[in-house]
Design a protein around this ligand. Structure first.
Ligand code: KG4
Ligand code: ZN
Length: 338
């Protein structure tokens, strides 16, 4: 252990971002993210291209992460990597790299669940949430209400039964002819639009579960009908459509979050995952927090979308608990909470 400090090298490669971070005693020293631009040409992530791009980028990204942190390879105490969920080819690149690195340095390997890491992104900066902490985790593949009893003791209270919130943003964006990934673009256009101009159905699932596939279908039929009347309907109403769809998604998300906070009597509340970068959702959480007397937690932008710093912070808590992985640990595309 260099100078008595715990240095973790973290690798995140679950989708189309190749990321490496160095976390020292729970403090992020570097967090490099190489975004793969190639997918923009195809309107979505092409899995094999993602794996190939990870292969090209992983070594230089790790090199720069070490340099920026001012840490020598020999001073790494453990290597943490995303084991699941994600694109299997992408995960395999990160896992193979992490295992080789850990074996070469003879240090322990730590496997991390990507969704748990999104939640623990809240424990990178101050002020950190207090337990029990309730987190709405909204990404491209997941939408979950998570009860956190401690750093590593989490329970998924509810989740989407079909599309994720990020998927709803991306699919609607595609229907509107916007480039991939659609979420950030819808967010940008929505700022100039009227959120109550068009109304879409709000699904109401049991308990704390969500459903977004009905919204996707409703928007599809709505656009088909309107385009019959006015071929330029989308171009003429783009900002209002984006604002109205975004408003519908946020309403559904906030409704379940409020219900969970009320029923569990929790007042440390946060959002995490790529969709937590959405300015409308951030504003809605801040506003609801004021009304409900919540301590609201919103991660920095760079810790909302996929990043290795969140893998490193999760790795750090696992390191403290001695939760190490075997070198036979193998990634899985889908995984229950690890
Ligand atoms: O967490 P993340 O980076 O990757 C996954 O684990 O899926 O989330 C990616 C998702 C995409 O669906 C993207 O469109 C969405 O997060 N996203 C946003 C915004 N920024 C990213 N959605 C709405 N508004 C944003 N500003
Ligand atoms: Zn993610």
């Amino acid at each position: 252990m260099a100078n008595g400090k715990v240095n973790i090298l973290a690798i995140e490669s679950s989708c189309d971002d190749t990321s490496a971070a160095i976390v020292q005693d729970g403090v992020v020293l570097s967090n490099l993210i190489a975004t793969q631009k190639v997918h923009e040409l195809y309107g979505g992530v092409v899995p094999e291209m993602a794996s190939r791009a990870h292969m090209q980028k992983i070594v230089p990204v790790v090199d720069v992460a070490l340099k920026q942190a001012g840490i020598d390879k020999q001073d790494i105490n453990a290597v943490a990597f995303t084991q699941a969920p994600g694109l299997i080819g992408s995960l395999l690149v990160g896992a193979c790299f992490a295992k080789s690195f850990a074996q070469a340095l003879n240090v322990p390997l730590i496997s991390v669940h990507h969704m748990q890491a999104h939640v623990l992104a809240h424990f990178i900066d101050e002020p950190k949430p207090q337990f029990p902490f309730l987190c709405l985790t909204v990404s491209g593949g997941h939408t979950q209400v998570v009860l956190c009893k401690s750093h590593l003791d989490m329970q998924v209270l509810g989740e989407t039964i079909d599309d994720a919130a990020g998927e709803a943003f991306d699919k609607v964006a595609k229907m509107l002819g916007l480039p991939y990934p659609g979420g950030p673009m819808v967010d940008k256009l929505a700022k100039e639009g009227n959120p109550t101009r068009f109304s879409f159905p709000l699904s109401d699932m049991q308990g704390f579960d969500f459903s977004f596939s009905g919204l996707k279908t409703a928007v599809l039929y709505f656009l088909q009908n309107e385009k019959k009347k006015d071929a330029d309907f989308v171009a003429n109403n783009l900002n209002d459509i984006c604002a109205s769809v975004q408003h519908t998604i946020i309403t559904m998300l906030m409704k379940k979050l409020k219900k969970a906070a009320r029923e569990l009597n929790i007042n440390h509340i946060g959002i995490a995952g790529g969709v937590s970068a959405n300015s409308g959702l951030r504003a809605a959480l801040a506003e609801t927090g004021k009304q409900m007397g919540w301590q609201v937690h919103i991660p920095k932008f760079e810790y909302c979308t996929d990043n290795a710093a969140m893998i490193g912070i999760t790795g750090y808590y696992k390191y403290l608990q001695g939760q190490f992985a075997d070198l036979s640990a193998s990634p899985t595309a889908r995984a229950a909470w690890i």
